[in-house]
Design a binder for this molecule. Structure first.
Ligand code: GLV
Ligand code: GLV
Length: 355
């Protein structure tokens, strides 16, 4: 192969490798046992000649790595993730390295995990499972693991982009929940869907579902029974959920986060969980991954899973393929397949709505 492409991790499937090999690339996959590679580890992988890198969200892609990649002749970097808060896009631009991410292929998979956590929290599935396995079940009781009925309640979505909208549809259609959402962009297709579904239910003699676009995030926090967070992590969304916003939520609300950990002030969340035993959370992401803030692991009203929202076979193979196409496209002189510079910043009041 004429071009040297490095992947910092083995990735699922073979399609991504074949695509690169067929197009004159030599693919080198890092086989280090440790889960999180340091900047030094990656510098060693880049070496003296490297045309492109496929990296992971656990890695810190800043000035040091992009300048090294540029010196090695590299033109392209792709995160194998839709989120790219681990990538300093300005530094990449400065060194002439194009950046790609992997949106689209993980939309439904991620929304399905958010929906799963929502139901698991509402129906206390994990607590009940632990109870069974501990041999504590000694017969049916009227009060045993009573949770929340989602039907007819209100689901609140913060950030109604691709994933947030897919999640909203699942909860509205699957559980007949009413929708309230907050985003600087109007989610027109989502609104149309809920309207049409509401009309369908009404025509069948059922209670119709409704939607509302909130004028502030607080409105969602105040009114929703179940809230799922789907913003991009940036300066404007860091600790979006903090002590004050938690206090705004209903005492028996459910909060789900499959976006990025730092969107929630996790210390404040642990405190809130401790003081409000009926408040429940489903978390896929954490502020200091792979760690949890002290106390979180002991909270019965929290469900915690290790950042697996995009973890379906189809999606992970798709993410690897998209990442390979990103790098390949740039090496071959095309625009990068998926350029995160095109992702509009969430909650950036100055961002103009798309034409
Ligand atoms: C996973 O967290 C992703 O951003 O793709
Ligand atoms: C519960 O198992 C019921 O039959 O109501």
């Amino acid at each position: 192969g004429k071009y040297r492409v490095v992947s910092t991790k083995p990735m699922p499937g073979t399609r991504w490798i074949n695509l690169l090999i067929e197009q004159d690339c030599r693919v080198e996959i890092c086989t280090q046992k440790k889960t999180i590679l340091s900047v030094e580890d990656i510098l060693a992988l880049i070496g003296d000649k490297c045309d492109g890198v496929i990296g992971q969200l656990t890695e810190d892609w800043g000035e040091t790595l992009f300048s090294a990649l540029s010196r090695a002749g590299g033109k392209a970097f792709s995160n194998m993730a839709v989120g790219y808060n681990n990538v300093d896009v300005n530094a990449a631009n400065k060194y002439g390295v194009a950046v790609g991410n992997t949106p689209g292929v993980l939309t439904e998979t991620t929304a399905e995990l958010a929906a799963s956590l929502s139901v698991a929290a509402a129906r206390r599935i994990v607590e009940a499972d632990e109870f069974m396995r501990a041999g504590l079940y000694d017969g049916w009781l009227p009060h045993l693991f009573v949770g929340n009925l989602l039907k007819g309640q209100t689901v609140g979505v913060i950030g109604a982009g691709r994933i947030g909208s897919a999640y909203a549809r699942m909860m509205v259609e699957g559980f007949k929940m009413n929708l309230i959402y907050y985003d600087i962009y109007q989610a027109t297709r989502l609104e149309k869907f809920v309207t049409a579904y509401g009309q369908f239910l009404k025509a069948n003699g059922e209670q119709p579902v409704t939607w509302k676009r909130a004028s502030s995030m607080d409105e969602v926090l105040r009114e929703a029974d179940l809230i799922s967070l789907h913003p991009v992590l940036d300066k404007t969304t860091y600790h979006l959920i903090n002590k004050e916003s938690l206090a705004t939520m209903k005492k028996e609300a459910i909060l789900v986060n499959c976006s990025r950990g730092p969107v929630i002030d996790e210390v404040a969340l642990v405190e809130h969980l401790r003081e409000n035993p009926m408040f429940r959370v489903g978390l896929d992401v954490f502020e200091d991954e792979p760690y949890m803030k002290p106390g979180l692991a002991e909270m019965k009203n929290a469900i915690v899973v290790p950042h697996i929202a995009s973890a379906s076979k189809w999606t992970r193979e798709g993410m690897a393929t998209l990442a390979a196409l990103n790098v390949l496209g740039k090496i071959k002189g095309y625009p990068i397949w998926s350029d995160p510079n095109r992702v509009e910043p969430f909650l950036n009041e100055k961002a103009l709505p798309p034409a």
